[in-house]
Design a binder for this molecule. Structure first.
Ligand SMILES: [Zn+2]
Length: 395
């Protein structure tokens, strides 16, 4: 049955389907949204008039006939994405398609990084806005073109109210960060957990035809996030997916969260480095995996245990979420040659139980560590699209 065009969300359904499926023909929008052809045409025409959607003619396959396709206008909305992990603040400008704006001079992705360990909420709000102003000025764009700012942080972040409830990495508790940043920047702001933001960036990239996308983060913390049909599973306090704090060894080490033997006590990079330091004066966890160092028995054992543990984390995600796609994110997985392949092999050969063997796609993140700031920038721009849809509905 065709949906009634008076449905309050029909404008958003159309706009969102163009965002997620561009380039897309009008009849495809009808099929996706289940709205009638006249309804879709009326809504699309208004979005084109408003300048957030464009339509162009393209050759349809092989027969030389022209077909009209709808696309999102890249510069219809600009948002800033920021990420702070307690040490470094990264910032970038994101366009309407969720892409990092490039620097004019080098045509490389324009991401700034500012070292500011242990920043207070006040210091961070001022620093974020200063970085965003610099980025906007560098592109020769007016600050009035910026619709919003999104900031991704580790910890329990109440994304609706914009309060950082608890962050061990930042040593913050009950900080109304969204309100503080809005006061400084005078634009709409969004804050979210960094891993959920990263998962949203991967989902929004449209590179995976995925219904249930899970993300596993393994770095100086462990976490996961899952997106089902485009919706982030948040839980009651936006802390769903904290698999790093699942108890792994009841006789294990004390975790930063206060419990004993959480998974992450055995897997985070600083733990690997501390183990290695018993035998060598290497300076980073990455060195353990260098071929000449990995020849040592101690390094081989640390590496094997790490691969085993990450494979078990993948197994936990499969057992809990049963996703079609898992994306792994983390410095070691990203940078150490063949480590990703070794983890996948260990998972498939020794971790996955036979009844849970199915065509699961395991991928590396494609964003080179930038996915949290891209994801939170996209989340900030969604408010713009909701507003546009709402305004059209009312006009
Ligand atoms: Zn813990």
């Amino acid at each position: 049955m065709k949906k009634n065009v008076k449905d309050v969300s029909s404008n958003y359904l159309v706009l969102n389907s163009i965002r997620l499926h561009y380039p897309v023909a009008r009849n495809e929008i009808c099929a996706i949204t289940e709205l009638s052809t006249p309804s879709v045409s009326r809504i699309v025409n208004k979005f084109i008039e408003d300048g957030c959607v464009k339509e162009y003619e393209a050759d349809s396959t092989g027969v030389g006939r022209k077909t009209k396709l709808l696309d999102i206008e890249e510069m219809a909305v600009l948002t800033a994405g920021g990420e702070y992990d307690g040490k470094t603040l990264k910032a970038a400008i994101i366009d309407a398609k969720g892409r990092l704006i490039r620097c004019d001079e080098t045509n490389s992705q324009c991401v700034t990084a500012l070292e500011m360990p242990g920043a207070s909420p006040d210091e961070l709000t001022r620093a974020i806005f200063a970085e965003v102003q610099k980025l906007i000025a560098r592109k020769g764009i007016g600050i009035d073109k910026l619709f919003g700012i999104g900031v991704a942080m580790p910890g329990i972040i109440e994304n609706e109210s914009g309060v950082v409830r608890f962050s061990a990495s930042l040593s913050w508790e009950n900080v109304p960060f969204k309100a503080m940043l809005e006061k400084v920047s005078k634009v709409h702001c969004v804050i979210d957990n960094d891993i959920k933001a990263a998962a949203y960036a991967e989902y929004s990239s449209r590179d995976y035809n995925s219904k249930i996308t899970a993300l596993l983060y393994v770095d100086e913390g462990i976490g996961s996030a899952v997106i089902v049909d485009g919706v982030i599973l948040r839980g009651i306090t936006n802390s769903a997916g904290e698999i790093g704090h699942i108890t792994h060894d009841v006789m294990g080490m004390l975790c930063g969260c206060g419990k004993i033997g959480c998974y992450q006590t055995n897997v985070i990079n600083s733990f690997l480095l501390a183990e290695a330091r018993k035998f060598s004066n290497i300076r980073s966890a990455r060195e353990i995996f260098q071929p000449q160092i990995r020849k040592n028995t101690w390094a081989r054992r640390i590496a094997e245990k790490y691969i085993h543990n990450v494979a078990r984390l993948l197994d936990n995600i499969v057992c809990v979420y049963n996703p079609d796609t898992i994306i792994i994110l983390g410095e070691l997985i990203n940078d150490v040659p063949m480590l990703f392949e070794e983890v996948c092999e260990e998972y498939r050969n020794n971790s996955a139980s036979s009844y849970l063997q199915y065509p699961l796609s395991i991928k590396k993140s494609k964003y080179n560590g930038h996915s949290p700031l891209i994801g939170v920038g996209v989340l900030a721009s969604e408010k713009f699209f909701r507003n546009v849809a709402q305004e059209n509905q009312n006009s």
